[in-house]
Design a protein around this ligand. Structure first.
Ligand code: PHE
Length: 449
């Protein structure tokens, strides 16, 4: 395929293929190790309720925007912005830079997950002491390489034969595993308290007493929910623009976006049902709120080992985490490959090889040091992602014009078109600015969200 021939651009085989791939991108470590802890730490049901509202009214329209923009231009981020206005090349460059920063360190985390899956199949994940193992850079490096090679192989095979096929196997398996383990946890003894802790709205856990204090507390829950939503839906990473560029003209973008959001939220909710009651029964509220890789690699193996049939549940759980990490890494690897290919007009294979080389090289600091990994995460997710999201809104709102998106979605109702224009020009930028400021203030310890 000539990469600059946009009409011949590879396409998903159909609606399901695309929805599966985009959901597979959205469902990742964010659902498994961030969402449950955020909910536990922010009043359980209070957080869940706000999160669902924000996803429906802010997340879904932004998702539609990126997918429609990708399909309208039939290009990945490196050239899609420039195609509409040549002065906006920098927005495209940023939307290419963000995934290029994420690919290497996400690959390292994928390597950790691979290690834990292999360990849970052999001797048991409790035998791995995370803080000791992580210092063995050779071992971490080999697992990172193994994870990277699986992703690279899927990308090499192409959109339909590689990415789509990989997702067609891994996504249904992931959903089945999530539902299966959640049912197991619900029916295990001692889970009732933790389930209540997770699902019931409990204002007493967030409210301080004074009216002003309560308002601030509620604001913090909203900020946390919003940050989580952006990350979880893979918005502002260039991914949805790229995946959108492979969507067939006849497929419905609004239906697809709603399905992706429902799927992503359902997995996040179920992950909480798996993790929170188990962690709560084992280590109380403190463990339930822990989150991050401390929860995933230090506490959860012990929690599962203490359960009846713990080794089977542990292995099933790490297989689920591995699938979630693989499909997200595939989507972000594809975004960089496709951007490079659109930009340079090199073949897909050559671009994939270059991205693989980049990934392995840039992953080295993150293999060696956790601080390097955290630094890349901060740069990509806290600093650059909100800037990219803001630029995208301004670009669509005032340069490309909201009608580009509405026409692409074949939306004719004037009221909807007007509401969308207001949303993308004014409402979304306000939300994004809040996430941006909250992220920076929290990073520097000035507030605790
Ligand atoms: N949505 C993903 C998640 O929740 C975020 C992500 C996607 C990160 C792709 C990296 C690559 O984990």
């Amino acid at each position: 395929m000539k990469v600059n021939d946009r009409s011949k651009r590879e396409k998903w085989s159909g609606h399901i293929g695309f929805v599966l791939a985009a959901s597979a991108s959205a469902v990742g470590l964010g659902n498994l190790w961030r969402f449950p802890a955020c909910a536990a730490g922010h009043g359980g049901g209070v957080f869940i309720f706000i999160y669902v509202l924000l996803t429906a009214f802010v997340g879904v329209p932004l998702l539609m925007t990126e997918i429609a923009f990708g399909r309208a231009t039939r290009l990945s981020p490196s050239r899609s912005f420039r195609r509409i206005s040549r002065y906006w090349w920098f927005a495209g460059a940023l939307a290419m830079l963000i995934p290029a920063i994420i690919v290497p360190y996400y690959c390292v985390v994928g390597g950790w997950v691979t290690k834990y899956f292999v360990a849970s199949l052999c001797a048991g994940a409790t035998d791995v002491n995370f803080s000791v193992w992580i210092k063995d850079s050779w071992s971490v490096g080999w697992y990172t390489l193994a994870f990277g090679v699986i992703v690279f192989a899927s990308i090499l095979m192409g959109v339909k034969a590689g990415i789509e096929r990989a997702n067609r196997i891994m996504m249904p398996a992931l959903l089945l595993l999530t539902v299966g383990i959640a049912i197991y946890v619900i029916f295990s003894p001692n889970s009732a308290e933790g389930l209540k802790y997770y699902l019931l709205p409990d204002f007493s856990r967030i409210f301080t007493g004074s009216v002003a204090g309560n308002a601030v507390a509620l604001g913090k829950v909203c900020m946390s929910a919003m940050g989580q939503m952006f990350f979880s839906l893979s918005i502002a990473m260039g991914i949805m623009i790229t995946y959108g560029s492979y969507v067939r003209r006849e497929d419905s973008i609004s239906k697809a976006s709603a399905t992706i959001a429902v799927c992503d939220t359902a997995v996040a909710l179920l992950a909480g049902i798996i993790i929170i009651p188990s962690a709560y029964a084992f280590g109380g509220a403190e463990l339930a709120q822990k989150g991050g890789f401390g929860l995933m690699f230090e506490s959860l193996p012990k929690v599962f080992a203490a359960m009846p049939c713990g080794s089977v549940i542990g292995a099933a759980f790490f297989l689920l985490v591995l699938f979630a990490a693989l499909t997200s890494e595939i989507s972000i690897f594809e975004t960089v490959t496709s951007s490079l290919s659109d930009f340079t007009h090199w073949s897909r294979r050559v671009c994939a090889l270059v991205v693989f080389g980049w990934t392995m090289l840039v992953a080295i600091p993150s293999v060696i040091s956790l601080n390097a990994l955290a630094g890349s995460d901060f740069l990509a997710n806290i600093i650059l992602m909100p800037i990219c999201a803001l630029l995208t809104c301004v670009f669509i709102g005032f340069v490309a014009r909201p009608k580009l998106i509405m026409n692409e979605m074949r939306e004719r109702r004037p009221a909807v078109r007007r509401a969308y224009a207001i949303f993308i020009r004014y409402v979304a930028p306000v939300f994004i600015t809040v996430v941006f400021l909250a992220g920076i203030l929290e990073h520097y310890g000035l507030i605790k969200v």
